[in-house]
Design a protein around this ligand. Sequence first.
Ligand code: ATP
Length: 582
Amino acid sequence: MKALKHLNKYFKKYWLKLFLGVLITIIARIFSLVMPSYVSKSINVIEKLTTNDIDKATANDLLLQYILVIIGTALLSALFTFLMRQTIINVSRYIEYDLKNEVFDHYQILSLDFYKRNRIGDLMNRISEDVTQVRMYGGPAIMYGMQTLTLFVCLIPLMFMKAPTIAFYTLVPLPILSVLIYQISKIIHKRSTKVQEYLSTLSTFAQESFSGVAVIKAYGLEPKINADVAQLATEGKDTSMDLAKVNAWFFPLMILLIGVSNIFVIYIGGKQYLAGEVSLGIIAEFILYVNMLTWPVAVVGWLTSIVQRAEASQKRINEFLEVTPTITNTTTTPTPINGKIEFKNVSFTYPDTGIKALNNISFVLEPGKTMAILGKTGSGKSTILDLVARLYDVDSGKILIDDKPIKEINLDSLRNSIGAVPQDAFLFSDTIANNIRFGKEDATQEEIEAKAKQAVVHKNIMGFAKKYDTILGERGITLSGGQKQRVSIARALIKEPKIYLFDDCLSAVDTETEEKILKNLKKAAQQTTTLIVSHRVSSAKNADTIIIMENGSIKQQGSHNELNSVNGYYKQLYEDQLTEKD
Ligand SMILES: Nc1ncnc2c1ncn2[C@@H]1O[C@H](COP(=O)(O)OP(=O)(O)OP(=O)(O)O)[C@@H](O)[C@H]1O
């Protein structure tokens, strides 16, 4: 129960609703207890009528009275049961809502390394499946727990008061039922976890097969994929059958034990009736009690397993909630950003892989200037951009923004001043306009179109039937690689930031379009410090400075003319790409 303590703050928040819910539960139970004794009374009246101890008219009056009481209390019990669900189950929904928001908000503040360490499926599972398990504790467990407790406290003394011997024999099988249900619930839990795991494997497999359908078709892999699915389906069928088998025991067992209790009532009650110790009505009353008690007793076993599951789930949720972001904001006061970037002997090793991506890097980039970063793949180019956005903190050396250590700069101010276009442009399943607007929430249609024109994607967009309202992604059309890159560029441009970080974002556009975009960028980015990572000299040659990266170090540094006048990587690349172009 240690992990579930986390929920206490929510119980405190909703204490009034919970208190009302508990009160209503007690009232609903008390009303439901009236019915059996009036059934008993009615049977006694009928018995007296048959033995002529009472006249017909009085019997009619009494029976009508009792029936009205039974109907009235049943209606009241139903009304309060409805209210009980409306309060307690609603509280559990509020708690579920709050907890999901808490987990999601926490996910948002966690640094990139957290997402590298954990699988997306796991993050999704904890916020959906695990929170659902915890909700069962916050709502149904409390509701059924209270219901059972009230029933036990009121009914068991009442039964012993009315007929102690029958009460004793009736109650004997019930704890056995509770233990059995607990054991079955445990097995059901284990097997349903297996089914859940299987379902998640199947959906991951299906998702990958659908996403990779082009590769599957190109390689003629359909028969293999079909065979894999068939095998997965067989495993799935077996696990589901295992679950169905144990599920099938649940109700027969309950019915068996109710039957045993009923036999006891009839046998012991019958004997006592013959001995004149109890009335016929008491036997009927006890049979009703047995039926009223069966579900709550079974619930005790079920509740135990719900609480165990909730505890396990909350523990998993807490594990993530306890993770602290590695990158934190050190100041709450906004820092104005001008755009000067300086790296002083910066070295950086990725903590998860231990790969040393940067080794003693130094450069200064004045505000409004452009620097191109070239070099072979894996040489550390993207890492430089990630460090400017402070997605990671450096191991040694210093990064200064406007001559101030990056750690002392307000993180929100820094990130708000950056317009980044990552290597693999990510667009949301939304309209093109909204994808661009992501860079500036209140952007007008005119602004969006102006930036799309600068990114040389406006014409493409106008070619779609719904133009800027075209939906992208799973629900809509798929853009080509180059179109995606240009929409992402428009998104960065609309932000009008102080620093642009372009990570190889023109790799999928032809050189002619590249040239147009670069020209537009030059105009748009006159006041903006720009870092362009590229594999093409054409993207780099107009930059104020170019650095050539090799194995995490700067191999060459200078302007196009400077680098082109000495033998080295840059000159070679320039000549190779010129020949390619020709
Ligand atoms: N998130 C990460 N976690 C661990 N290692 C990483 C991560 N990102 C990059 N690396 C490693 O760091 C090194 C530098 O990577 P980086 O992405 O900066 O290279 P790059 O020059 O941008 O390459 P490319 O031109 O292929 O994009 C590589 O060896 C890479 O494997």
